[in-house]
Design a protein around this ligand. Sequence first.
Ligand SMILES: *Cc1c(COP(=O)(O)O)cnc(C)c1O
Length: 427
Amino acid sequence: MNYYSLLHNSPKTTFKNAVVNGIAPDRGLYFPENIAPLSKHFIDHISEYTNHEIAFEVIKQFVGDEIPEEKLKEIIAKTVSFDFPTVKVDDNIASLELFHGPTMAFKDVGAKFMAQCLEYFNKDNDDEVTVLVATSGDTGGAVANGFLGTKGVNVVILYPSGKVSDIQEKQLTTLGQNIKALEVDGVFDDCQEMVKTAFLDKEITKTLTSANSINVARWLPQMFYFFFAYKALHKTQKELVFSVPSGNFGNICAGIMAQKLGLPIKHFVASTNINDTVPNYLVNGVYNPKPSKATISNAMDVGNPSNFIRIQELFNNDIEALRRAFSSYSFTDDETRSAMKKIHSSSGYVSDPHGAVGYLGLKKYGLKENEFGVFLETAHPVKFLDVVEDTLPVSVEIPEQIRGIMNHKKIATKASSYQDLKDFLMN
Ligand SMILES: *Cc1c(COP(=O)(O)O)cnc(C)c1O
């Protein structure tokens, strides 16, 4: 499969090069040249397939012959290694729990898949690749875990000091080995900007790639969840509306890809916190990125969502077509806390702040009689322990995989400017 740059100023390239380089030479995001719908027979008989078989059907055209089938199946088995349950919280609403992986956020799937692909592409040479990643919270942990011990890959994670939760910080600063953390004096957008500058810097001769959702191997496997949810819920005979708590808009963009592959999805709701660049765009047609603001759903504190350009491509840059298939609403922290309380008091379900924003999106959209809403529960509530325990009358039990790291020692290098990152990479 070939990929082209969305800035249209670079040659087309292979899946391998798109993964190894992360971003095109003209700094554009890569996009697949073809998207061939899956057979109707497959979609109609999805219940007869295992999750591994579904994932293979969904991803194989995007990898093409660049990874042998048997190897790709192995990679999928390592990636899709936990459950993706749907839990009903209302008559017509379910939570799709994406947090049963090793770092308890949905990003485990994309991070593991990408790490496995890079390891495969590096198997016959001694080249080293440096994965540079900016995190607003959960990417760091997922990438650290997914890439730990991966041959030929060094990982450098940039995170905004004081703006990730304690558990998130432990997950990305304590593993050691090939994983290094830079604690940046700034917000997430500063981290993302430093990463982008490093990619442009000709004096850095190391091979750099990104493990943010701009990387196609991080982004595309996120299509799987939508198929798993459809498999679980299509028997309701209702049309599915997905609400995706969105930051960089990679997850929801993968959902739209799933729809392009033929998955019957009625509508998408991109739910955001007060970082409302996309909701504003849908209202007034002007895309006006702003600096990100800190919220209790910190993994979505993004003022200039990197994947939105892919969504525009999927709708041929036609805002009217986008508006028909896709809504986007923004919610305050107070509204988010109220939603957490409401979900808990009516069903006993404990949602994390991101999932609660997703729930709010469904309520605002207003489900019709023949529709069933699914919000993506993108992280386990324990990852946002302070907010959850301050808001709800519960104490969240700390799962084993988290308890283990809480006593580990944080190791991070402070950085306050691009030069600090550059010095770090050059040494
Ligand atoms: C990363 C993240 C998001 C946002 O996902 P995008 O693909 O960047 O839109 C939402 N919730 C949680 C918990 C996350 O970690």
